[in-house]
Design a binder for this molecule. Structure first.
Ligand SMILES: C[S@@+](CC[C@H](N)C(=O)[O-])C[C@H]1O[C@@H](n2cnc3c(N)ncnc32)[C@H](O)[C@@H]1O
Length: 291
């Protein structure tokens, strides 16, 4: 299952701006955006980061015609400073973040999706500790409610958390399907059969908790400012309101160094959404360093 890159032309256009040499694709994934950067700017060199080893294998394959113009690192983008030190690059012309997950992660056997039946893992970097299994089976009732509220904005957080705690007294919750069914049964019937699966927000919340996604994003955005020279660009594609809020606030708070290029976020066209429904919630924001 190949990942279809979202807002590909819009994001690379903004990233490349007036032209430059060193770009960091902080979420290289299947390599779609990096490939487009290398095609559009023949002088570009891309440092690609992804915490998922599997993603890097896909990227390597996709970029094989661009040998010598990119390097790939398995790392969390919050460690972009370590990567740049290792690469020996002190100034960057553009950082791209295309947040969220690749399609092959969703379709895979790592418990990210309520549509699959697989063990509850959800770690993007499998070298790290805490799994979704531990969150679901070991967190207290109060902690589960807090995670579902904060990271899922789930209105039935209390009911769902209570159902989980009561279920796991009998046996641990082991698979994504077991969790999805349990969530569906614990919400009022009217919400059970809607357009959006009733477990969508709970799965999002657990994934954010497991991977500490929001804290990491904020810290990584801050670090980019240490590397962007005058005219350097920061481009971020987010997929839910919690992420978008962080990006929006970050750009607003740093306006003395970052000129906002997108007064309103750029969203995918109808034809992109028709072709790739996974793009429907994407929002792109960009800024340019004013030195
Ligand atoms: C939407 S995909 C990127 C797809 C890519 N732009 C393309 O066109 O093929 C997001 C990727 O970001 C990675 N990712 C998410 N959070 C990360 C983090 N904190 N550090 C490094 N990689 C991360 C995921 O593993 C996933 O492969």
């Amino acid at each position: 299952m190949e990942h279809i890159s979202v807002l590909l032309e819009e994001s690379t256009e903004l990233l490349l701006g007036n032209g430059g040499r060193f770009y960091v694709d902080c979420t290289v994934g299947g390599g779609g955006h990096t490939k487009r950067i290398l095609e559009k700017n023949p002088d570009a060199f891309v440092i690609g980061i992804d915490q998922d080893e599997e993603a890097l294998n896909f990227a390597e394959e996709k970029l094989k015609d661009f040998e010598g113009r990119f390097s790939l690192y398995q790392a969390n983008f919050v460690d972009l400073d370590t990567v740049l030190r290792e690469e020996g690059v002190p100034r960057v012309d553009g950082f791209l973040f295309d947040l969220g997950m690749s399609m092959y992660q969703l379709r895979g056997d790592r418990g990210f999706s309520f549509q699959e039946n697989s063990p509850l893992d959800m770690r993007m970097d499998r070298r790290n500790g805490r799994t979704a299994y531990q969150v679901v089976n070991e967190y207290s009732l109060e902690k589960l409610i807090d995670v579902f509220k904060r990271f899922g904005e789930e209105r039935f957080s209390g009911r769902i958390a209570k159902a989980i705690v009561s279920y796991r007294r009998k046996k641990p919750i082991e698979t994504s399907k077991e969790l999805a069914d349990l969530v569906a049964e614990s919400v009022p019937p009217a919400y059970r059969y809607g357009r959006i699966h009733p477990a969508t927000k709970v799965f999002q919340a657990i994934r954010i908790e497991v991977n500490r996604e929001l804290e990491i994003l904020e810290e990584a955005l801050r670090k980019t400012l240490n590397y962007l020279g005058k005219g350097g660009r920061l481009v971020v594609i987010s997929f839910h309101s919690l992420e978008d809020r962080i990006v929006k606030r970050f750009m607003k708070e740093n306006q003395e160094v970052l000129r906002i290029l997108t007064k309103k976020p750029i969203v995918p066209s109808d034809s992109e959404v028709n072709f790739n429904p996974a793009a429907r919630s994407a929002k792109l924001r960009a800024g340019e360093c004013i030195g």
